[in-house]
Structure formats: structure tokens, C-alpha cells
Design a protein around this ligand. Sequence first.
Ligand SMILES: [Zn+2]
Length: 101
Amino acid sequence: MSEYSNPHPFVPPTNFKLGSRTWRVKLVNSRRKWLGIADGHRCKIKLNTRRIRNNEELHHTFMHEMAHAIEFTLGWKLSEKKIDALGNMLAQIEQTARYHG
Ligand SMILES: [Zn+2]
């Protein structure tokens, strides 16, 4: 049972800029095991809709791949554990943010 409350379902962007480069996000239907993949050389994130089971998982997978995109852009090399932690933090900010105005 998920405690993920959804004031608004997460919708992944089609593209975004990081530094001077534009990243594209593709939804794919792949039999491969991975949920998501980030290719820093091609600036491409793929999200595997065959393996992703719900909106929470879509959100977390996207944020995880975005953490990889940040890692790549900054020329860092982080462990998968740290990428996961960063992705979770980014997801939490996005999920809980309320806005002025
Ligand atoms: Zn990863």
C-alpha cells in the first residue's frame, strides 16, 4: 500500500535544458528489465512504460534518470546509491512543493 498522495499526477516533460544542452525524454515499450535509462552523450532519457507500474514509479524513475543527467552534466561520478538518494530528494521536492501566488 503506497502512501504516495497525488495532488496532481506526475507527467514527464518531453524535453528540458540542463546547462547548455537540451535533453529529450522518450516513453518506450521495451521487454528489457530496466525502468529507465539516461544517455549522457545523446542527452536522452528513456522511460520504459512496459516495466513502470504506476504514476509513483514513473515519477521516481524520471527523477532518478534526471539525477543521472545532472551527474553527467557536472562531470561527476556518483554511486547508484547516491543517484537514487538524489532522485528521491528531487521527487520529494516536486511532490510536496506548494507555490506562492
Ligand atoms: Zn541509475
